[in-house]
Unconditional design. Structure first.
Length: 454
């Protein structure tokens, strides 16, 4: 009897669905189908590929509410967030479609002839998506990979396969060729591993933990397989004394509580200049206590549950009752609930201050001056995101250059826009996704020299 994945509603612990889990043999068959479909897709006129991707975007737009409700049930996301996520898939497809006819190489001046570069598709791309943002992160890779002429096999996270499966159905409804975009739910150690090591897969795009990312990178090395990794984070939120302290404190809660803190970009290390530290905490306390945690289907809810019991136990392990701090409220009873939490008076090298918790927990650490702020901000193996709050433009520029992270915001907590590149420094990842160069990450550059000598 085939193995199945059990999909639970994180808010109730009820079974939402059971989904067959793909085997290594399923992966092998999917790669063969994808390779056949990719040849025809790459040979199609660019305008035709773009038209089909736009049609896919329209079909997704027609099903935004359905996709959002699926996300609420399988991932526990608040319904407002889930609607945004489904809309982001639509927008990513539209944006990628606009790049199909603009994926141009270069003409390079050389003596004795004409030299041009061609950007050619890789072939079959394997995408291993996470459970924290199942729809948009899957689309980050899928949309540009398809636009560049590749086929895509998507392995969603074990806990959140339903929206991915529905997107594959909508792709066929939109008219994309069969086999071009396939979704294979399964266990990471089985289906994920088979995809990573398959010689017919030209590139792996993985979003998840740094530990798993390192293992995938090592396996890809055997075939010198291309890889893009978006991994962990422990991002700083630096609040200087000259900042608008009221605005900084008001914005801080959702910078680490959005998606229940299950976000690699979460500003979970709040660094506050000592002269305004007490005032900041005074303002932050009611802002944390007022966060509404509850039924993610309720429009008034700002934070839902964690994804699973295992994740709940992981978060609890970082927050013993003895640690001082600010704690909000969360429901009791069924569901994987943890209250909004801000820890104070912790050592800067404490586990909760340096390790990625991936839950609704932040630490507040004081700093003395600009140099001290930068030292604290960079005192982590991660470098994904961060925020800088200051009214001093020169300081904002200095700090932006000094913080070792791939995505920074000044007087804002925005990290991800499909128009701009996204990715990490250090152990937060390898490569960049999104932005104007997204399609080129799924191509090989071929150089062609044509002699003009008689």
């Amino acid at each position: 009897m085939p193995h199945h994945l059990l999909v639970l509603n994180p808010a109730t612990e009820d079974v939402v669905a059971t989904v067959p889990a793909a085997t290594a043999q399923d992966v092998d068959a999917a790669v063969a189908r994808a390779a056949a479909a990719q040849r025809g897709w790459a040979a199609a006129a660019p305008a035709d590929r773009a038209r089909l991707l736009r049609r896919f975007a329209v079909v997704v737009d027609d099903h935004i509410e359905e996709l959002a409700q699926l996300e609420v049930r399988e991932a526990g996301h608040t319904v407002g967030n889930a609607r945004w996520e489904a809309g982001n898939v639509r927008d990513l497809l539209d944006f990628a479609a606009g790049g199909v006819e603009r994926l141009s190489g270069r003409q390079i001046p050389v003596p004795g002839g004409l030299d041009v570069t061609l950007l050619e598709p890789l072939g079959v791309v394997g995408v291993i998506a996470p459970w924290n943002f199942p729809m948009p992160i899957a689309a980050w890779a899928t949309a540009p990979a398809l636009a560049a002429g590749n086929a895509v096999i998507l392995k969603p996270a074990e806990t959140t396969p339903l929206t991915a499966l529905r997107l594959a159905e909508l792709a066929l409804e939109a008219g994309l060729p069969g086999g071009l975009f396939q979704v294979l739910p399964g266990e990471g150690a089985v289906a994920g591993d088979a995809l990573v090591v398959h010689p017919g897969v030209a590139k792996i795009v993985f979003t998840g933990s740094t530990k798993v990312g390192k293992a995938i990178m090592a396996k890809c090395a055997d075939q010198v397989k291309r890889v893009t990794l978006e991994l962990g984070g422990k991002s700083p939120n630096i609040v200087f004394a000259d900042a608008d302290i009221e605005a900084a404190a008001a914005a801080a809660p959702m910078s680490f509580l959005d998606n229940s803190g299950q976000d690699c970009c979460a500003r979970s290390r709040i660094l506050v200049q000592r002269s305004v530290y007490d005032r900041f905490l005074e303002l932050l306390t009611p802002a944390i206590e007022e966060i509404v945690v509850g039924d993610p289907a309720d429009e008034r809810t700002r934070m839902g549950p964690l994804i699973s019991r295992a994740q709940l136990e992981r978060v609890r392990s970082y927050v013993p009752d003895s640690l001082p701090g600010i704690r909000g409220k969360a429901p009791e009873g069924p569901g994987f609930w943890f209250p909004p939490t801000v820890l104070t008076d912790v050592a800067e090298d404490a586990p909760c201050a340096v390790e990625e918790i991936f839950g609704p927990v932040a630490v507040v650490l004081p700093f003395e001056d600009e140099d001290d702020a930068i030292r604290l901000a960079n005192a982590t193996p991660y470098g994904l995101s961060g925020s800088i709050w200051t009214r001093d433009v020169s300081r904002a520029l200095r700090a932006s250059r000094a913080v070792r992270a791939g995505n920074l915001s000044v007087n804002s907590h925005s990290s991800v826009r499909y128009w701009t590149p996204f990715g990490g420094y250090k152990q937060s990842g390898l490569g960049r996704e999104l932005g104007p160069d997204a399609l080129t990450a799924f191509t090989e550059t071929k150089n062609v020299f044509i002699s003009t000598e008689a």
